[in-house]
Design a protein around this ligand. Structure first.
Ligand SMILES: Cc1cc2nc3c(=O)[nH]c(=O)nc-3n(C[C@H](O)[C@H](O)[C@H](O)COP(=O)(O)OP(=O)(O)OC[C@H]3O[C@@H](n4cnc5c(N)ncnc54)[C@H](O)[C@@H]3O)c2cc1C
Length: 393
């Protein structure tokens, strides 16, 4: 199908962010046009993640309070709670319940200073009315659902989390967006976004022709510098890798250790996911190259093997369970580990949702829903101020 020459809103990228903003815009009665270079949605980072829709920002809440002040830290945490509720509402409404499962989260500590950090976070969350509890090792073992190594001191337990099968979920959202009136054009590579003088409109230049739009939403994550070269210095591409086991007979919540440097979760089918260990790789896999046209950096067999070898030490009951799959993807990090979400500074109608620092799912409904509100002239005040791209300019 030829590209339409004109669109009210043109969304670049059909990952979770682009597909979901299209969903909310279409539900509001607009007819957004999504341009995606791949043959379908969820082929970038969104199709390669662990599907952990956790709560809170990248930093544990107590550290976020130290860094951003109480009100902004609370705004970030609250956004992720609103996100959870929206995710549950949308999956139920759009027949996507099969792609989602409820779970909990246990952030584990094997050092005194991390334990202290997690205990402080439990207190800070409770003071903000959010259910959280520090559990010593014996109690942590009871909620974990399987054994934990003796080196663990305990963990921060938070119920009420979710996991999704991210490919099925994002494809489901994209289909729902189309059902509500959004258009998706696949196999279209966006090359640049140029202002059309005077009337605040934009020309999206693609390899399949140009589209003129009143609003353009750049939802290209690690690839956002392709059309906004000015943000290249702000975005560091980082390789993330996951291994997946055969199904196991026990059920565990999301978990993380060493401030999330190694983490895991479990799929609905019982298979375990284990990721991270970037700290064992020179340069922590930051500034990784993603070849032109590729959806992922090169896969590291060595890192995948290291993750597989680490599994029995982390989860003793998983000893001998085979690894059946392993893959890599690209994350986009910013200097302050906060995403870039909001109006492109000084430009009416140009919007950015990118660089989710390996942590996009906790914002994957709330950010697009609030962005859709802003595009329609509303406040969209549910997007934390700390995410405003203007902070760097
Ligand atoms: C291994 C791994 C594990 C992860 N685990 C989790 C997790 O458990 N929980 C969590 O919250 N986050 C996790 N993440 C991060 C999460 O995947 C991202 O934050 C999220 O998917 C970002 O979504 P997005 O829509 O912004 O980006 P993407 O999904 O990357 O979407 C960008 C889209 O833009 C398209 N595109 C690129 N260039 C162009 C162009 N020029 N023209 C048109 N289209 C273009 C791409 O093909 C892609 O579809 C993980 C990431 C990795 C790599």
């Amino acid at each position: 199908m030829p590209l339409p020459a004109r669109a009210e809103v043109c969304v670049l990228g059909a990952g979770v962010m682009g597909s979901t903003v299209a969903y909310w815009l279409a539900r509001a009665g607009l007819r957004p046009l999504v341009l995606e270079r791949n043959t379908g949605p969820a082929m970038g980072s969104s199709g390669r993640n662990a599907g952990r829709v956790i709560q809170g920002g990248n930093a544990q809440h107590a550290l976020a309070v130290d860094r951003f002040g109480h009100d902004e830290a609370q705004a970030i945490y609250r956004a992720t709670l609103v996100n959870r509720d929206l995710l549950r509402e949308v999956t139920a409404r759009e027949g996507l319940d099969e792609t989602r499962a409820p779970t909990a989260k246990l952030d584990l500590a094997d050092s005194e200073d991390e334990a202290l950090e997690l205990k402080r976070t439990a207190e800070a969350l409770l003071a903000d009315g959010i259910e959280a509890e520090w559990l010593d090792l014996p109690e942590a073992r009871t909620v974990f659902g399987t054994d934990l190594p003796d080196t663990i001191l305990g963990g921060l337990y938070r119920p009420g989390q979710d996991m999704v099968h991210s490919v099925a979920y994002v494809r489901g959202i994209a289909t729902a967006a189309q059902r509500h009136g959004a258009d998706f054009s696949f196999g279209v590579n966006a090359v640049s976004v140029e202002p059309i003088s005077q009337n605040a409109r934009w020309r999206v230049v693609t390899d399949a022709g140009d589209v003129v739009a009143d609003h353009v939403v750049v939802a290209l994550n690690a690839w956002a510098p392709t059309v906004l070269p000015a943000i290249a210095p702000l975005i560091t591409p980082v390789r993330g890798q996951l291994v997946q086991t055969a199904p196991v007979p026990f059920r565990i919540p999301h978990w993380g250790l060493d401030r999330g440097l190694v983490y895991g979760g479990q799929n609905k089918d019982g298979s375990l996911l284990l990721g991270g260990l970037r700290n064992t790789v020179p340069g922590r896999d930051e500034h990784i190259a993603v070849p032109p046209g590729a959806n992922t950096p090169a896969f590291s067999t060595e890192l995948a093997e290291r993750l597989g070898r680490a599994l029995p030490a982390l989860l003793p009951d998983a000893t001998g369970v085979p690894i059946v799959r392993a893959w890599s993807g690209v994350m986009a990090f910013t200097p302050d580990r906060c995403p870039l979400v909001g109006a492109w500074p000084g430009s009416e109608g140009l919007w950015l949702m990118a660089a989710f620092n390996g942590h996009g799912m906790p914002y994957s409904q709330v950010v697009p829903e609030q962005m859709a509100e802003r595009i329609q002239g509303g406040q969209g005040s549910g997007i934390p101020a700390a995410f405003d791209p203007a902070r760097f300019f």
